[in-house]
Ligand binder design. Structure first.
Ligand code: DGJ
Length: 734
């Protein structure tokens, strides 16, 4: 295998590269690491980006030096320390035993390893064999405090990305406290950037925003203990002219499911720093003498071909090296979920007709959502009591599961394992399991409370209960929900000076549970959920190959949510369902066709009472199911490209193309109709210009070049919320 990482002893320069990208940094004066370049592959670095020296007032110099032209405050750094002479936001802050917050990490040594190490207790991108990647570990040390940092960089041979994380070791004999420890930092020289981020709210996740980056510090973060609906753990920096298909784009994301912070600082001389990792909000980690701490992993993507190029790199990484379940490449079943059909008001006898209709219509799995356990008739009780409610299933859950299986359907079950209700046997027996601050009443949210997942005994109790249900009931699929964010942060199991660890320890506890459960039940398909897409991140995706994208099932709102979610996540990890009209979240009335066109562009299902549909509607559902099955593999595992943005236009378009460019599905949507409609065009991308493609509906034939360069007119609709899907196949395949 060729070298992916090189170190030039003369210039003290590290160069990570493959055919697509180069990532270059250097050991500078004072042992500081200076970032030089991240972008398109350059064969060799000859020193053009060396730090430009200047005597700048109020930017201090290295101790003991009379040279006023070198300042850590203006150096483009690779991983910055705090409390001395770089006034920009730092990557690491350590409170020393003597109370000082200052450190200066300097280059010590490096090592290059084949492959990529897994991170203890944390999800990360993996390799299938050691020859596909190389890892550079650069060791920095602070001589005064005896702290050691290992900066881990992995480059794959064929991906336009670098993964990074940091391991800290306290080599002193004193106890110290980590106050901030980022997973990555990158400093860019003066250039114009736009920043794209994904803010949102419950039922309105990942609404894409883009703005010009000006001087000052901006942060994009979650303080909710979870990735959150309110801000996804991703940002992109783009050249101002970047579009979906051209321009420079840098994408940054974390393989993590807890509090995070992305800081973007444009400094006084218009250089840009990005620092990302665990949020330092109320964070404090005690590191005793000789202990270590490992940060979550960050993924840094570079694309010279716009946002679609960035998304392709994220999508392939997620599909191939983040989703590790045996379902990684398996077509996912079409399901019907009873949540929006019955909510918690059901019995076995009322559910059976839905199962019967599902079978008749070709649906492949029935998912029993919230309300099957304890005595849960509404959301005020029973979380923590994971045993079946005999009022709803008088002959036990297995009796119903057998019925579902006998109809040839798989069976899925909902859990919310991280929470507890006051009205539960679990709380009556173990009131101390609840996360709460001494002498302070905990805050309810959806009238539920958090279990203290930092505690092993709490985790064990829940896992034992859940595993018993799974074992006894031959469950094929689990929906793991989380319907509130963290509050009242405190663990009775930790001393006062470790309460700043609770947020992160909660996430580590969650990962430990998921590790155990997915190892014990490798044949169960897991779906992550948090009141919809409140915990849509690569950490969850590592354990659970699909995630419920949003509680908002309205087809128009979903176009935006799915479009922006796809910046990072491929359709194969997003789930989408057809529900009733008027929509329960927005009141909007859309056609069954449009609802299905939108839902069929991800992992597909229904979330309504099939028995309430008319014969005509059921016939339409049957056709949708048949159609989806015929294109499912392409939708779930083909390459996905965004074409027209619902954030900018009166509609939306996207497409799926097979890796051999022989099969294409295109979905187009128009939001509002008009008395004077504009003629709009959809142009496809990434086809073979030399192939002929046949539209399977009209049987007409078009060149790949025509479909890409000329495009086609969208229909002129005389109604709102219209949609159309196209299916093309290449004739001259090779
Ligand atoms: C929130 C989820 O997103 C819904 O799909 C449903 O499972 C409810 N929770 C049940 O409480």
């Amino acid at each position: 295998m060729t070298n992916l990482v090189e170190f030039d002893e003369n210039t003290k320069t590290f160069h990570l590269h493959n055919d697509l990208i180069s990532y270059i940094f250097q050991v500078e004066e004072g042992g500081l690491l200076s970032h030089l370049y991240f972008g398109k592959r350059v064969k060799q670095y000859h020193g053009l980006m060396k730090y430009q020296r200047a005597d700048r007032g109020f930017s201090g110099n290295l101790p003991g030096s009379l040279d006023r032209t070198f300042s850590p405050d203006t150096l483009l750094q690779e991983y910055s320390s705090s409390g001395i002479d770089d006034y920009r936001t730092p990557a690491v802050i350590v409170r020393q035993a003597d109370g000082s917050y200052s450190s200066r990490f300097q280059f010590d040594s490096y090592e290059i390893q084949a492959g990529k190490p897994m991170l203890d207790g944390l999800p990360s991108a993996f390799t299938e064999n050691d020859s596909e990647a190389q890892t550079l570990i650069v060791t920095l040390r602070d001589e005064v405090t005896q702290m050691k940092l290992d900066l881990l960089y992995t480059i794959y041979e064929d991906r336009a990305l670098v993964t990074r994380s940091v391991k800290v070791e306290n080599q002193s004999d004193n106890e110290v406290f980590l106050k901030k420890i980022a997973s990555m930092q990158i400093d860019f020289p003066n250039q114009k950037f736009d920043v794209i981020n994904l803010p949102g709210a419950h039922a309105s996740e990942r609404q894409m925003e883009r703005s010009r980056l000006n001087r000052g510090l901006r942060s994009f973060e979650s303080r909710r203990g979870s990735t959150s609906h309110q801000m996804n753990n991703f940002i992109a920096l783009t050249s101002p002219d970047a579009t979906e298909d051209q321009g420079d784009v840098y994408g940054f994301s974390l393989i993590y499911s807890g509090n995070f912070k992305f800081e973007v600082e444009r400094d006084p001389i218009q250089q840009t720093r990005v620092v990302a990792g665990i949020n330092d909000y109320n964070f404090s980690w005690k590191l005793k003498a000789h202990e270590t701490f490992q940060t979550p992993e960050a993924v840094m993507v570079y694309s010279p071909t716009g946002l679609n190029g960035m998304s392709q790199t994220f999508h392939h990484l997620i599909k191939e090296r983040i989703v590790r379940s045996r379902f990684q490449n398996m077509d996912r079943p079409i399901l019907v979920n009873n949540w929006e059909a019955t909510f918690m008001d059901f019995t076995e006898d009322q559910l059976k007709p839905i199962v019967d209709d599902a079978k008749k219509l070709g649906i492949e799995m029935f998912v029993l959502d919230d309300g099957w356990f304890g005595h849960r008739d509404d959301d005020n009780s029973s979380l923590g009591d994971w045993y079946v409610d005999k009022r709803k299933f008088p002959d036990g859950l297995r009796h119903f599961v057998d019925y579902v299986h006998d109809q040839g359907l798989k069976f899925g079950l909902w859990f919310e394992p991280e929470m507890i209700s006051f009205d539960s046997d679990l709380y009556r027996e173990h009131p101390d399991y609840l996360m709460q601050v001494p002498n302070r009443a905990p805050s309810p949210s959806r009238n539920e409370y958090l279990l203290d997942l930092t505690r092993e005994d709490v985790r064990e109790n829940i896992i034992n209960q859940v595993e018993k249900v799974l074992r006894e009931n031959a469950v094929d699929y689990v929906k793991w929900d989380m319907n509130r964010h963290l509050s009242d942060i405190y663990s009775q199991a930790l001393p006062a000076d470790q309460q700043g660890e609770v947020y992160h320890r909660y996430v580590l506890g969650l990962y430990a549970m998921l590790e155990k459960l997915t190892a014990d039940f490798p044949d169960i398909l897991f779906e992550g959920c948090s009141g919809g897409g409140g915990r849509f991140d690569m950490g969850i995706t590592y354990y659970m190959p699909q995630t419920w994208t949003s509680d908002n099932t309205d087809a128009v709102a979903r176009q935006r949510i799915q479009y922006a979610t796809s910046l990072v996540y491929p359709p194969s990890v997003m789930t989408a369902h057809v529900s009733v009209a008027p929509n329960q979240q927005t009141g909007r009335i859309t056609s069954l066709e449009t609802r299905a066109t939108c839902a069929m562009s991800a992992i597909f299902g229904y979330e309504l009472d099939l028995t309430q549909m008319s014969a005509e509607e059921q016939a339409e559902v049957k056709k949708q199911v048949e159609w989806y099955k015929s294109v499912r593999h392409l939708i779930q595992f083909g390459d996905f490209y965004r074409l027209t943005s619902p954030f900018e236009d009166n509609g939306c378009a996207w497409m799926f193309v097979s890796p051999d460019q022989n099969e294409v599905v295109v979905d187009t949507f128009q939001t509002m109709s008009s008395a004077q409609p504009l003629s709009t065009i959809t142009k496809l991308v990434n086809l073979d210009p030399n192939k002929q493609y046949q539209d399977l509906e009209t049987k007409k034939i078009y060149g790949g070049d025509e479909l890409m360069y000329m495009g086609f007119f969208n229909p002129l609709y005389h109604h709102d919320y219209a949609s159309k899907k196209y299916h093309f196949k290449a004739l001259n395949r090779h």
